[in-house]
Design a protein around this ligand. Structure first.
Ligand code: G6P
Length: 474
């Protein structure tokens, strides 16, 4: 790589949020933030994302390098009106449900789509002010599906990588999108497109064939005279750092105090954004089924579900909250006693310390997503475990993580009986089996890291450029 070439990361959210009252920045907690900020880069790199408030944008641009020396945080201003349509109207109301197979929830509106395209064009324009020939632009996620083609058309010599953090759906689902060709034409303009999981890549390949007539091998497609590389790059968490924090005395003390609090000696845990894709109602129904099928669990097993508020402006998220409230009430009404509350339910964000302490105290963690690009909660739970007294991971087969973590109890969350049986199994599992499973899970995950994920993708993207140049010379 040429040392003077720039790297520009693009995502909807910047890695920090600004508080203009206190004039401070807070680092975001998402997986992408630890992955990209953890990349071992000597040179400065840019991170571009949208901001609707000019004072916050100024603060972000001025102060981010105080937190991360080599980061040039580049907020791109967008009017609130355009942002809301691009983010809620299309990203959250159309693309998110459709890519997660919730076809009946996906709302397509042509005017909104035009605004989404406009928002992508604003970002393209800003990137082109910074990016030159030979620079690398790495675009993240479904908020920017139209960006690759906009950039390539203006400057074909910028290296463009795109990573999709959510599933890429099967062609029979994707075909529902009235703008399917426009999206595919844009993505095929990239030099490298990456996914978390092989099935997502296969679906993308089927869509290129079905809707653009483009043939490809598993890792390469020739689109006109352009070579598109494809790959599978499962993201991870910052394993070393997470382990270190989980083992800190402060977390240990907190988790000990949690152990003795609450009801039920066997503690199940759920940590999810309150999103319909996470299958929270399936989790509660599975737990209810377990209490019905196995009376010996009643009074002994309790579930603590933390539901982190998200996308509150989308009405559907309010509805699923209502359903959940009712279900929690129904289960507690059916099985609760004055000294036993089967489900404890928290609807708020929790601090990282609390999260780690909850992971350490949990006897089992349940992930019941209906569809989930990867699911980092599963990974965090595994890494936070003390191998002497480990818990059990119960993991939906519909997560990207399931293909990496076969030593979890893999479940179909739609099968309430199967969820119930896995809860019972975790309750009765001998310590030796728990240790063996957790050991295997930890060994697997310690081979991955968030920064290695990012470095692997970037190496392939930049290597790709080198390969093309070599091909041209021979
Ligand atoms: C998923 C998406 C991310 C998104 C995150 C939180 O993980 O892949 O792009 O940032 O959800 O959603 P939000 O809408 O709050 O950014």
């Amino acid at each position: 790589m040429l040392t003077h070439s720039k790297r520009i990361f693009v995502s909807n959210r910047l890695p920090f949020t600004a508080n203009t009252k206190t004039q401070t920045l807070t680092r975001g907690s998402g997986g992408l933030v630890s992955a990209l900020l953890g990349v071992n880069l000597e040179e400065s790199f840019y991170w571009m994302g949208f901001e609707t408030d000019s004072a916050s944008a100024r603060l972000l641009a001025e102060k981010s390098h105080e937190i991360q020396k080599n980061l040039i945080c580049h907020p791109v201003l967008l009017s609130k009106e355009i942002y809301d349509t691009y983010y809620d109207g299309i990203s959250n109301d159309l693309l998110w449900p459709l890519f997660h197979y919730e076809t009946q929830l996906a709302v397509f509106n042509r005017e909104n789509w035009d605004v989404y395209r406009q928002a992508n064009a604003v970002m393209a324009e800003e990137i082109l002010k910074v990016a030159n020939e030979g620079d690398t632009v790495w675009i993240h996620d479904f908020h920017f599906l139209l960006l690759p083609k906009m950039l390539k058309e203006k400057n074909p010599h910028i290296k463009i990588g795109f990573f999709l953090h959510i599933p890429f759906p099967a062609a029979e689902i994707f075909r529902q999108l009235p703008v399917r060709e426009e999206i595919l034409r844009s993505l095929t303009a990239c030099d490298l497109v990456g996914f978390h999981e092989h099935s997502y890549l296969r679906h993308f390949i089927s869509c290129m064939k079905a809707f653009l007539g483009v043939d490809s091998t598993l890792f390469k497609a020739e689109v006109g005279n352009h070579t598109l590389n494809l790959g599978v790059y499962p993201i991870s968490i910052d394993t070393e750092e997470f382990k270190r924090k989980a083992e800190s005395p402060k977390v240990e003390k907190l988790s000990q105090s949690y152990r003795t609090q609450g009801t039920g000696q066997f503690k199940l845990l759920g940590i999810d954004r309150l999103d319909y894709t996470k299958g929270l109602e399936l989790k509660l129904k599975g737990f209810q089924k377990a209490l019905r099928m196995y009376p010996e669990l009643v009074g002994k097993v309790s579930l603590l579900q933390v539901a982190v508020p998200t996308r509150l402006k989308v009405p559907l998220y309010g509805e699923i909250k209502k359903n959940l409230d009712q279900l929690v009430g129904a289960i507690n009404g059916e099985f609760g006693t004055p000294d036993y509350v089967p489900v404890q339910y928290i609807f708020k964000s929790i601090s990282e310390e609390t999260l780690l302490a909850l992971y350490r105290r949990a006897d089992a963690t349940l992930v019941t997503s209906k569809r989930d690009g990867m699911n980092l909660v599963a990974m965090e739970y595994v890494i936070a475990q003390d191998i002497q007294t480990p818990g059990v991971l119960i993991l939906s087969e519909f997560t990207g993580a399931a293909s990496l973590l076969p030593d979890a109890l893999i479940i179909n969350p739609w099968d309430a009986e199967m969820v119930a049986k896995s809860i019972h199994r975790s309750f009765t599992m001998p310590l030796e089996e728990k240790r063996q499973r957790m050991h295997n899970l930890q060994q697997t995950l310690m081979r991955y890291s968030a920064s290695a994920w990012a470095e692997g993708f970037l190496a392939d993207l930049e290597q790709h450029d080198a390969m093309i140049k070599k091909d041209c010379q021979t």
